[in-house]
Design a protein around this ligand. Structure first.
Ligand code: KIV
Ligand code: NA
Length: 264
């Protein structure tokens, strides 16, 4: 996918699509050659790249640094969404627009922000300013302390009605797509059916238009992280560890380097 028009087309044609998070140049180059449809420079980089427990540590400058690396790796081959980090879109229009400006100039083609309530006017203003906005509802990790932990959202009918209402209002405000994170499958299905814009699920069941996974999680690099929604497509942790160990063994047993890897 190259533009928001492709998201629209996927919805109309009822074609599923994929998004994977990406934070660096090297993986962006690999993903650029893959079939994965679009890339998310998620604020989950606070976890995967920087080792924090939550995403609250991500700042606009950090997001811009990683977004630039991904943009240089992906070239013009993939649509890149950059997360607006914690608080960067909650301090008034000017500060929010400056934050979006920095992330777009770093190479994002769209920004993503969490939550509905309090964001609709801003979303409208961003879209009117040429910044496509992706929504993010359900488990919104920037609100982890308000939510009381990383828990499935929309468990009761009232919460379900609220999430659906927020999705509809984000669509009305002009969002081109909405991520639904950790919500019951039936809610994601209902919202997906109610919207004209595509939904992207993570822990939201099979009915969403697209799916997204965190790169390190899907590659099995995040050992011990095994939430119900996650499927790993590679044993990254053990395969990479084995490569490091093979290198180490060959060096200590004088098997590397040989003449082949040496200059005469
Ligand atoms: O930051 C992130 O990785 C995300 C996805 C989980 C949607 O926002
Ligand atoms: Na995020």
């Amino acid at each position: 996918m190259k533009s928001i028009l492709d998201f629209h087309e996927k919805k109309i044609k009822k074609q599923k699509f994929t998004m994977v998070t990406c934070y660096d140049y090297t993986f962006a180059k690999i993903l650029a050659e893959s079939d994965v449809d679009c890339l998310l420079v998620g604020d989950s980089l606070a976890n995967t790249m920087l080792g924090h427990q939550t995403t609250l540590s991500a700042t606009v400058d950090i997001m811009a640094l990683y977004t630039g690396a991904v943009a240089r790796g992906a070239g013009d081959k993939k649509f890149i969404v950059g997360d607006m980090p914690f608080m960067s879109y909650r301090k008034g229009v000017t500060a929010s627009m400056t934050a979006a400006e920095v992330i777009m100039r770093a190479g994002a083609h769209a920004v993503k922000l969490e939550g509905g309530e309090g964001n609709y006017k801003l979303v409208k203003h961003m879209i009117g300013s040429g910044v496509p906005v992706m929504g993010h509802l359900g488990l919104t990790p920037q609100s982890v302390h308000q939510l009381g932990g990383f828990k499935v959202q929309g468990r009761d009918e009232k919460a379900q009605a609220r999430i659906k209402e927020e999705a509809l209002r984000l669509q009305d405000a002009g969002s081109f797509c909405i991520v639904l994170e950790c919500v019951p499958s039936h809610l994601a299905e209902e919202i997906t059916a109610a919207l004209d814009i595509p939904t992207i699920g993570i822990g939201a069941g099979p009915a969403t238009d697209g799916q997204v996974l965190v790169l390190q999680d899907m590659l099995g690099m995040n050992q011990g992280f095994k939430p119900k929604f996650l499927k790993t497509y590679y044993d990254g942790f053990n395969n990479l560890k084995e490569a490091f160990n093979t290198y180490h063994q060959e060096v200590i047993h004088s098997e590397f380097p040989t003449e082949k890897e040496s200059y005469s």
